[in-house]
Design a protein around this ligand. Structure first.
Ligand SMILES: Nc1nc2c(ncn2[C@@H]2O[C@H](COP(=O)(O)OP(=O)(O)O)[C@@H](O)[C@H]2O)c(=O)[nH]1
Ligand SMILES: [Mg+2]
Length: 125
């Protein structure tokens, strides 16, 4: 289903292409492709700002640990894709799949925290 916002963006793409020709079309083709992908939302802020609480409220489940003290020190990506599972990306690029119990990661984690990629991404090849 196409929302009115998507329709407006597609209309802007059409107009931009009419004005800008081929160079504009290279930009709009990326924008059009992005509209077909799932929405990605980045939640950033200071420690204890309520980021994890906001993520849990948006998802409707306690996927992110919350605490009065600092408790999430790694960049974490959440993706809707059943079944529930978690993948830890290591600094060297490998990943480890871990079970989620009651929506939580195992505590302690099966690897030392300094072995985990701080960005949540594998290093560039
Ligand atoms: N009063 C109040 N406390 C909140 C709110 N959002 C989160 N908290 C509390 O602030 C603390 C830190 O929240 P958390 O989501 O873990 O913060 P994060 O470090 O940014 O992920 C927790 O004790 C939450 O219960 C809010 O809107 N109001
Ligand atoms: Mg947090």
């Amino acid at each position: 289903m196409t929302s009115s916002l998507e329709t407006a963006i597609l209309h802007l793409c059409d107009q931009f292409e009419e004005l800008g020709g081929e160079p504009a079309a290279r930009v709009t083709s990326d924008i059009r492709a992005r509209l077909d992908r799932p929405l990605r939302l980045a939640v950033v802020g200071r420690v204890k700002a309520g980021k994890s609480t906001l993520v849990n409220a948006l998802v409707g489940a306690r996927v992110a640990a919350t605490d009065e003290a600092e408790c999430t020190s790694l960049v974490t990506h959440y993706i809707f894709d059943p079944p529930d599972r978690a993948e830890i990306i290591l600094t060297e690029g490998e990943s480890i799949v871990v079970n989620i119990i009651d929506g939580r990661l195992p505590d302690p984690l099966p690897v030392a925290i300094d072995k985990i990629s701080p960005s949540g991404s594998a290093p560039a090849p």
